[in-house]
Write a protein of this length. Sequence first.
Length: 459
Amino acid sequence: MDIAGYSFVEKAPHTVSSHPSPREVSCIQTWLKNTQFIDLLISTAHAFQAICSPRKWPKSCSCFSAVAICVPALITTILLYLLLLPIRLLLSFSSCCFHWYRKSFNILSPKKIPGGVPPLSLRSLTENEKKEVDNLITSLKLILLDETGKLRSFNTNTSPEALSKAPELLPFFKDLERAQGVTCNYDHLEAALKCYNAYDNSWKNIILPYVRSLKNERGHPDGETFPILMHFFLLALNDPLIPKDKKRKAALFISLSASACKPTWGEVIIRALMQLYSKSSLGENQLLMWVQEAKEALLLELHEHRAVLKEARFETINIHDQQFDDEEWHIINGVKHHYGKELGLATFHLQENLSKLTLRQTSRDLKTPYIELFNDFKEAYAKYGETLITKVFKAYKSADPTTQATVHDYTLSLLQNLLNLPNTTAHVDLLESLCDENYELKIEAIAYLLLTLDLIQEV
């Protein structure tokens, strides 16, 4: 799409910053938030609770155990806060200086020069260039906003090229897709589950005993597939880059499927892994991951609606809501098997090494329900533009600072290439028109990015 002679789909050159980037400032702000007195107190209390667990005390001493946790935690928190106070003051001052510097001079990364040569000094815009930037800001607003200043209505692009766009598979899932003959150390898995306080009765009495028993079942399809899934889940639990609370939620989510059929176990493990690995270091890929998540949610919603209308049994698997209803859902993988790549959905778990488990229930179904759900999806997705923008925007707002900064930097690079005014900060002025007062992307910025990727179009 073109705006005033500018193409939305041009790729931007790599840029490097010679001053603190928004990513660094976001990390500083996150650290300042996590070292507030109340946050320190909660973290310290949890640490003392793990050391002096009330379970180790007799019931008659429960009051004493609470005091044994709270008093040392309070004293330790006060000492830590006083020790960290000078650092907090220094970082707060630095963060304020950065925001003042950016607002006053609109300075952000000039183009990187090959060979390690220092970047060129920034030049001022000519009068014609200033008019050019102002015209582009106006053009962007006209395309993205209506006369009341609200986001315009957009439809999704349902062309085969746009519909099939999917994120580049992360290395973790590429390895999972190719894995053959993998074994899992279930003792290590049990220890990891206990470490994250997720070793509940479902893991203890149902899931782990079953997968351990498969060692004695030669030729059983589960004996080929579950070791692969459990091995990769153990890798995720041992990944230091994944927050502990996310690991615990994933493990408990899997345990909810204990009473369901074994293919459902496989599906739930895959969904848990996709939630644990839902970040990309590339801005475009991150956006496509969020779009794919929205598509997956739409497909599940449509199938649930069809199942309710036909009074059919249906199974909801939603890691966000920790929801798991004991009904059948396997038609979803049937649709993915036949049309997944065409719709840009995740299909890596349906490959040969796992298909004996993940496609076990779908192979006996007729193709008619798959075709009907496929057509329902295409019809609903064509009108999904506004919802898609909202879902991607919510995903951006709830993402961690590093992921937000990745998308922020990607947007900046697109605008820099769109303007093609090297050694200036014109692209920063353009970006600020798409940001709020906290320099975070507004919903119209997300709409711009989806337009750039040709995933949505004007009504």
